[in-house]
Design a protein around this ligand. Structure first.
Ligand code: 5GP
Ligand code: ZN
Length: 115
C-alpha cells in the first residue's frame, strides 16, 4: 500500500530506528515510546490488521513472536518482563492500519488490559 506509513518505513521513505530486519519482518522503535523499551514489529507484507490476516501474513506471526522474545533478551527485559500486543480496530485504538505488534517493557506495565 503506497500511502501506508509502515510500508513507507519499510521502503525507507520515512526514517525509523530499525533494530531488526529479515526477509519477512522489520522491527523499529516507536516514535512515541510508552515505556523504556517500545518496539514495533511488522510483517513486510502489508495487512491492515488482525481482522485481515492472509495465510501469508498469518505464517509470519509465530516468527514475530519468536523475534519479539529474542529482542526482549537483547534489550535486557526478558527477566523483568514484557508485553506483546496488537490493537485491532477503533475500540482498541488502532491508529496505523498495517499489522504491528508492540513490544513493551523496562518498567512495570500495569496489570490491566482495559480500563
Ligand atoms: P497503534 O495505535 O496503531 O496500535 O500503534 C501505532 C504506533 O505507531 C503508535 O504507538 C505510534 O506512536 C507509532 N507511530 C506513529 N507514527 C510513527 C512514525 O512515524 N514512526 C514510528 N517509528 N512510529 C510511529
Ligand atoms: Zn502497509
Amino acid at each position: 500500500m503506497s500511502d501506508c506509513l509502515f510500508c513507507r518505513i519499510l521502503r525507507r521513505e520515512v526514517p525509523a530506528t530499525i533494530v531488526y530486519e529479515d526477509a519477512d519482518v522489520l522491527a523499529f522503535k516507536d516514535i512515541f515510546p510508552q515505556a523504556p523499551v517500545h518496539l514495533l514489529l511488522v510483517p513486510k507484507l502489508h495487512c491492515d490488521g488482525l481482522n485481515d490476516l492472509s495465510p501469508e501474513v498469518l505464517a509470519v506471526v509465530p516468527r514475530i513472536m519468536e523475534i519479539a522474545a529474542r529482542l526482549a533478551g537483547e534489550q535486557g527485559i526478558a527477566q523483568s518482563g514484557w508485553r506483546l500486543l496488537a490493537n485491532c480496530g477503533e475500540h482498541a485504538g488502532q491508529t496505523v492500519f498495517h499489522l504491528h505488534f508492540h513490544l513493551l517493557g523496562g518498567k512495570p506495565l500495569g496489570g490491566k488490559l482495559c480500563q
